[in-house]
Design a protein around this ligand. Structure first.
Ligand SMILES: [Fe+2]
Length: 365
């Protein structure tokens, strides 16, 4: 059997075929490498018959739709997968035959509803359902994710043999592929837990911001073929449960400021205060509105904006969101980066508006 990983970075794409057969399958291709895949097929005289996405991806644009259009191959995903451009839908227990090669489909939802794993020979391609060792698995807090489903899916591994080699869709720290037997020893997702304990374990992971991933999901829902269809930060271990925030960032203590006190600051020393609103763009024009003079940086883009913020380092920075949760993460990122005077608007725009209404009623009386 031919089994090759094709990408130079953390997103893993697999080419599968048989010796003495020009027909091949590609699993989880990434649009940034679309032309490399085509060049490889051409150089090696290979025919792509199927491209498979193990699930709808949130961290990169899939090359599934583009490869289908360019080569005429089938685009395979689970029957629950959102993209309309999928041409062949599979479900749990299906066995796909490619000449003498068999791919057995396991429906393994949790990270997403449409997640599938594939058994081919002694290999188990797990997508983001299971990563290697301490990487655990893909996060379950994105749209379609469900920790209880993930727990059920992990139980499907119980009867599979120890010697299966695990090949995930991501590997951020150059861990080498390893057996399911080793994962049973070293992967925190595979520790014996009740469903309730598993859900609590995931809740306690305190994953970092992922707002940008929603835009990537939307692009993949729409079968995007443009690498620029959604903004994607560079070198972010976004799918890994332990890698979404720098170590220790979410332990940094932040200072809060009440709406009334912030109003006083703005009235007396406006030029010394920088307001950073870390909500998404659509929220700024929603029912809670926004304050005047804000700098808008969605939380998912804050880390990438730190250099441009250096000129404001001497100011009091107040981070604002809807209720205070995202702003707390934002303040922690700024403090970690060396900004000294950072505050979170306590209760966010909800409190700000309540305080404004109170002020208005007081004036009217
Ligand atoms: Fe994923």
């Amino acid at each position: 059997m031919i089994f090759k990983q094709l990408n130079p970075h953390s997103c893993r794409t697999y080419l599968i075929g048989e010796e003495n057969d020009q027909r091949v399958i590609i699993v989880d291709p990434v649009i940034d490498h679309f032309s490399d895949y085509l060049a490889l097929l051409k150089e090696e005289g290979l025919t792509l018959t199927h491209v498979i996405d193990t699930h709808i991806h949130a961290d990169h644009i899939s090359a599934g739709s583009a490869l289908k259009d360019a080569t005429g191959c089938e685009y395979v995903m689970h029957e629950a997968a959102p993209p309309q451009c999928v041409s062949m839908r599979v479900q749990d227990g299906d066995v796909l035959h490619f000449n003498t090669l068999e791919l057995k489909v396991l429906h393994t939802p949790g990270h997403t509803q449409d997640s599938i794993s594939l058994i081919v020979g002694d290999n188990l391609l797990t997508g983001d359902f299971l990563f290697l060792d301490d990487a655990g698995a893909g996060r379950d807090d994105l749209p379609g994710g469900n920790p209880a489903d993930h727990w059920e899916s992990l139980n499907k591994l119980t009867d599979l043999p120890d010697q299966l080699m695990i090949y995930p869709a991501h590997e951020y720290r150059n861990r080498q592929p390893a057996t399911l037997g080793r994962q049973r020893q070293s992967n925190p997702h595979l520790q014996k837990r009740s469903k309730e304990e598993f859900i609590k374990y995931l809740e306690d992971l305190r994953l970092g911001p992922a707002d940008w991933m929603r835009d990537v999901l939307k692009a993949n829902y729409a079968c995007a073929k443009d690498p620029g269809a959604a903004w994607i930060p560079l070198d972010t271990p976004a799918c890994e449960i332990k890698g979404t925030m720098d170590k220790g960032v979410n332990e940094i203590a932040v200072q809060y400021i009440e709406a009334e006190e912030l109003r006083t600051w703005l009235q007396t020393n406006r030029s010394e205060v920088l307001l950073i609103d870390v909500r998404e763009k659509a929220e700024l024009t929603g029912p809670l509105g926004h304050m005047t003079g804000i700098l808008h940086i969605p939380i998912g883009q804050l880390t990438g904006s730190l250099t441009g913020l250096q000129e404001h380092k001497h100011k009091k920075i107040v981070v604002v969101c809807r209720s205070g949760a995202r702003a707390t993460t934002g303040a922690q990122i700024l403090l970690k980066a060396g900004f000294a005077s950072v505050y979170v608007l306590k209760g966010g725009m909800i409190s700000w508006n309540q305080a404004s209404e109170g002020l208005l009623q007081h004036k009217q009386q």
